[in-house]
Write a protein that binds this ligand. Sequence first.
Ligand code: C2G
Length: 129
Amino acid sequence: MKRVLTYGTYDLLHFGHINLLKRAKDLGDYLIVGISTDGFNDLKGKKSYFSYDKREYMLTSVKYVDEIIPEHNWEQKIDDIKKYNIDIFVMGDDWEGKFDYLKEYCEVIYLSRTEGISTTEIKENLRCV
Ligand code: C2G
């Protein structure tokens, strides 16, 4: 049973997110997603449109997601990998290299981002409507 872990804000859930989650799940059997809490978003300098609870609710409805945990800080990844017996850590390749330090604990895979979509673009395009 291969266990996969990924993290993200997942605001304004879109097909780029779904593409990532599908491919992450396809790498194993069980996918855990660490959703950035509103407090951690403040740390990341990201203001999400939907609160943590709403973002969590939407991700629980995605068939590729088996479990959701809160992402409170940058430092919790190693503990999470140990706690949840993770085999593969996955992120989009906009993070290429940033989490290579986790290779000591599990496989690290960066998947290509889906071009032409981002939460930021959605917000900007809606402003013009
Ligand atoms: N993503 C993607 N294609 C897009 C947009 C996003 O593949 N067009 C991926 C990102 O690479 C990331 C995931 O979807 O792996 C979630 O993206 P965000 O919600 O923007 O997450 P981010 O702010 O990058 O937070 O500790 C890690 C951070 O929490 C990552």
